[in-house]
Design a protein around this ligand. Structure first.
Ligand code: UD1
Length: 417
């Protein structure tokens, strides 16, 4: 079994470059299916979720070449329109291939996606958007069978779902007519997808606002694109430096995508500043508890950053309340943090963290992707040694967690138990 051995208590100092965004590269790889030419996608992080997306593309018949952080996709050889259960279960984002395969082939056969560790993660909004676009869907017996070329429609999402917005955008590019998505998710990764689709020649506007308009039916050509940096990885490293103390510089991040997290860290006592593509954080001494943190769709406080910020605030002076509004089961890191001496009470979607002056190292198991990152953050700020297992979760979203943290002076190694 693989584990991270983390010796806590050392301040973090230095500079690292943040890798490309998982939540951007996955829909962009799916979008490459829509192009009749070759797509060259740069800044693709080396993640197991990216491996899963590449495996799906290859299964569909696309030619995929991966060289360092560049992935080249030639979908002119696409010959299948089904994604088998094994590949669908690898990651929840596999559902993002539905809109693309359907758009390209007018037919798609998938099973329900995996990755439900955050509580029920239904796909009803994805399916009702496609149904509104005239697609016939049979979703009985755990599989999803879709027929019909999508046509333009007025869509209104009851929740600004990231995945449903992306799926509808992909299907709409191939639809005849205009599609309007109201109450669309506004995440920066949606804007990145729009940029990529426009590079391919699609007429998509409005991403980043609540209304996205797609004039479909254009033939999409190949193109080249650079994926944006991962704001959640950046939030992880900033939380680690806030928790352990020190002075770090993150390069290649867009500061404006992280404003709620930066404001929280500032309120906790950190000095945070930067320019458009760099963030500096400096912290000495114990953090202060902050006013309630309520997760919300972008531009609110990201649910994906909540576990790491909570981990940082476990060792603090004062109380912080967390309200999780996006996912039902997003406090799975809490029992492990308690093992380290944290004082946290959870009631439904609310967690109350009473800061303690010190945490101690422990044997820890990552409960999910961001929960695992949160435990690494807590371990860096605790006294003594921690062993973190369950790394398959962490490797879904961090391409070089221990390498980057080592570069910042942390004592962290991947070992075999
Ligand atoms: C994406 C991100 C994930 C992030 C989440 C919220 C990717 C690959 N993943 O996930 O990291 O945590 O956004 O920012 O981009 N919902 C429904 N019905 C649906 C779809 C969603 O009820 O058909 C609900 C979900 O259960 C959840 C909320 O809507 O409560 C938001 O989910 P959504 O925005 O769709 O998240 P994902 O796209 O799965």
């Amino acid at each position: 079994m693989r584990a991270l051995r983390i010796c806590g208590g050392r301040p973090l100092c230095g500079s690292v470059k943040v890798h490309g965004a998982k939540n951007s590269v996955l829909p962009i790889l799916a979008a490459a299916i829509l192009a009749s030419g070759v797509c060259v996608i740069h800044n693709c992080p080396d993640l197991t979720d990216v491996d899963a997306a590449v495996a799906i593309l290859r299964h569909l018949g696309c030619r995929v070449c991966r060289q360092g952080e560049t992935i080249t996709v030639d979908s002119s050889t696409l010959k299948r329109m089904d994604i088998p259960d094994g590949l669908m279960r690898e990651m929840r984002s596999s559902i993002i291939f539905l809109g693309a395969v359907l758009g390209r082939c007018g037919q798609a056969e998938l099973s329900f996606p995996g990755g439900c560790e955050l509580g029920p993660r239904p796909i009803d909004l994805h399916l009702s958007a496609l149904r509104a676009m005239g697609v016939e869907i049979d979703d009985t017996h755990g599989s999803i069978s879709c027929t019909g070329t999508p046509r333009g429609a007025e869509l209104s999402l009851s929740i600004p779902s990231v995945g449903a917005t992306e799926n509808a955008m992909l299907a709409a590019c191939c639809a005849r007519g205009v599609t309007t998505i109201s109450n669309a998710a506004r995440e920066p990764e949606i804007l990145d997808l729009q940029r990529f689709l426009r590079t391919l020649g699609a007429d998509v506007r409005g991403a980043g606002t609540s209304t996205v308009v797609i004039r479909g039916g254009r033939r999409l050509h190949g193109g080249e694109h650079r994926v944006i940096s991962d704001r959640i990885v950046a939030a992880t490293y900033l939380s680690a430096a806030a928790a352990a103390g020190g002075a770090v510089e993150l390069q290649g991040v867009e500061r404006r995508m992280l404003l709620p997290v930066l404001d929280t860290l500032r309120e906790a006592g950190c000095t945070v500043f930067g320019d458009e593509h760099t963030i500096f954080l400096r912290q000495r001494g114990l953090l202060q508890g902050v006013s309630p943190i309520r997760t919300a769709p972008y531009p609110g406080f990201p649910t994906d950053a909540q576990p790491m910020v909570m981990a940082a605030l476990c060792r603090s002076c004062g109380v912080t309340v967390f309200v999780e509004t996006i996912f039902e089961n997003r406090f799975r890191q809490v029992p492990e943090l308690l093992r380290m001496g944290a004082d946290i009470r959870v009631e439904g979607r609310v967690a109350v963290v009473c800061g303690v002056p010190r945490l101690h190292g422990a044997r820890l198991k990552a409960p999910d992707l961001r929960g695992g990152a949160a435990l690494a953050v807590a371990a860096l700020s605790s006294e003594g040694e921690s062993l973190l297992t369950g790394l398959h979760h962490v490797d879904r979203g961090y391409a070089r967690l221990e390498r980057d943290l080592c570069a910042l002076g942390a004592e962290i190694q991947r070992i075999t138990l």
